[in-house]
Design a protein around this ligand. Sequence first.
Ligand code: SAM
Length: 249
Amino acid sequence: MDLLDQIVLRHPLPWGDVLDAGTGASSWGWLLKQTCRSRTGITAEEARAQALRERPGMGPQDEVLVGLWQDPLLLQGRRFDVILADYLFGACDRYAPHFQEEMIERVLSKCSGWLFLIGLEPQPAPNTPAQSCLFEVAQLRDAVQLLLGNRPHRELPQAWIERHIEARGARIAWKERYQNLYDADWVAREVASLEQNLELFQDRGLAQVLRRRCHALRQRAAEYLKSAASYSFDYLLGVDCSSAQRGLQ
Ligand SMILES: C[S@@+](CC[C@H](N)C(=O)[O-])C[C@H]1O[C@@H](n2cnc3c(N)ncnc32)[C@H](O)[C@@H]1O
């Protein structure tokens, strides 16, 4: 079952005005199937917004906006009954390095009811050959992003997120963890997208060296990840924002 479906089990539909605070194909597609008064999606990327606006199921009360959480005028004067933050905070560094604390404050300030937050716990040091392979795939993916001049994602620990939410007076009403499983097919997909990024390198020699590394990672995955291995986890928090409002107004 999708993590987002878990939320509806605890907070049955219909929902009121809903904000998808870091929208994308998965969360927006899911939201369009739920009964809500209105849906608003925020993304930093114009191309992503355009693709999402073309999804079937959009009503006149639904909109996908391009904006940045660091803009103090974003969603000025608006509040939402439900906010989804689906892998938003781990992506923050790409657009606003070290802005995660302020982003938590701004997202909470837009919420009059519930914030549902999904995040990926940063990978711990690997303990097995399977985990070492997964760790190196993530390292290589991030290294390639850096070499292309982009900032990679920076995932945040659940404990860090909880501490900063509670410091702003919101209450974490419930929380769940879901172990992540990865197999050789997952590595093959991740390495294939990494290899596409290598096509963008101007230094062809460096790209060639890194392609050999990709090949080696695929071989190790075929050996150690024939059956899926568990590594790190996703967390899902249900945050009651009604208590935070007095502090944020
Ligand atoms: C990893 S994606 C989220 C995944 C998405 N929920 C999905 O279903 O695919 C992160 C989203 O948050 C947005 N985002 C990250 N940092 C942002 C910022 N500082 N301001 C506005 N949007 C931001 C990105 O543009 C993107 O739409």
